[in-house]
Design a protein around this ligand. Sequence first.
Ligand code: NAD
Length: 488
Amino acid sequence: MKDLHLDGNWSESSDGTRSDVLNPFNAEVLCTVAVASPDDVATAVTAARRAFDGGPWRRTSAAERGRILRHVAELLVRDRDELARTESLDTGKTFAEGRIDVDDVTAVFRYYAGLADADAGRVVDAGSGTVVSRIVHEPVGVCALIAPWNYPLLQMSWKVAPALAAGNTLVLKPSEVTPLTTIKLVALLEEAGVPPGVVNLLLGPGQVGAAMTGHPGVDLISFTGGLATGEKIMAAAAKGVRRVALELGGKNPNVVFDDADFDTALDYALAAAFVHSGQVCSAGSRLIVQDGIHDRFVAELAARADRIRLGNGLDPETETGPLVSAEHRAKVERHIADAPAAGAVLRAGGSRPDDPSLRDGFFLRPTVFSECTADMAIVREEVFGPVVTVERFRTETEAVALANDTDYGLAGAVWTSDASRAQRVAGALRHGTVWINDYHPYLPQAEWGGFGKSGIGRELGPSGLDEYRETKHVYHNIAPAPQHWFKG
Ligand code: NAD
């Protein structure tokens, strides 16, 4: 099957290499896909370069680019269920979650369609009636866009929609573990009228990504994934001083005060930790609970975690699916195995489910550890699985100190019925998103990104478009005359 997209053509890998895509529910091979060769990487970047330098795309009016993005949104609506089903098969997430992802992606394309021609720059007062001074925006150039496996369609779309709105040309690489919806997205972009060469698709593992980021024809790298990979990508971007945006991991505090609505906070704490089996960059994997409710909160959390229904993402009864791969589950299991020695107390889960119907999939039971402290590895490191740790606090000052005691800074939440305290704590948290009496919502209009080691730059919102634009000052002297700086 031809599933690379190079210079407007669906292509095999030039060396014929293919790899299996597995269904994490049962480890069966769903299909095979091409693995891009170094030659394919060069072909993709060269095509994107040619399409940028000489092609029509960057001279297309911003309104026309917006129209095409709006068309993409319509096609996403048309293919919603097929995309959701594919995402479920590929990642293990539930079909319902897959639909939510497609709806969110549709909203993101609509948002950037609207923003494409909303801002033509600005006129600056140059202090002279004979000068026209303008600030204009231009595309950056060839963008290498690299995405992870947990939200394949969504994370790629957060990059593709603004990058196209701004007039760039692209080389995409989804995760080798979950490539399928990105292949479909590229087909939809083509159907919507994006010209040949503007969007190129590579598939394959980290080496393919490294070849992309190392290619001198790339002007901008936008990456979502793990911290260790992010550091390599930043180093690659340094060569040639290319722009870089990094959306990395998180270890996100979910702070619950005694005066919060207990049942609501508990309900959201479960979803924050265990939706998509915790494989969410903003997962509320670090619960910080006030003394007065702590013991009851932990007991009820553990009881409810035990009742979460695991299963096939396509089964409507399933509440959460498997982990994405055997390798990833093994990594999460290592974290779980090491935690008790540091003093964490296992309150729920901690093992694979007994259910024989889940035996072949990469399942792990929702896991709760209590008596955790901020110095434990299970509290500091991103586990990226169905594992939540609980820490106890007494005062507001202590809660803020704990919530900020992390290398990351992606997102956090505070639960309280005291509005003043909610605002005080939100103001004090060093995290890119803070939810008050909620968890997980994000908006296409609102910037998303991390403080600290959670990344550099922002996606979504107006800043998400700025990542893909150069800013130019055009200064026009409309009445030029000699200025006689030098007299001779
Ligand atoms: P990963 O870093 O292993 O891989 C991400 C992508 O980078 C994949 O496409 C991979 O093939 C590619 N890659 C690997 N090595 C590379 C290299 N040397 N050069 C270029 N590309 C390379 O991450 P993952 O395991 O796929 O995803 C999970 C991580 O993503 C978690 O840490 C999670 O927190 C993070 N994430 C962050 C956000 C966010 O918005 N901040 C969103 C989703 C996921």
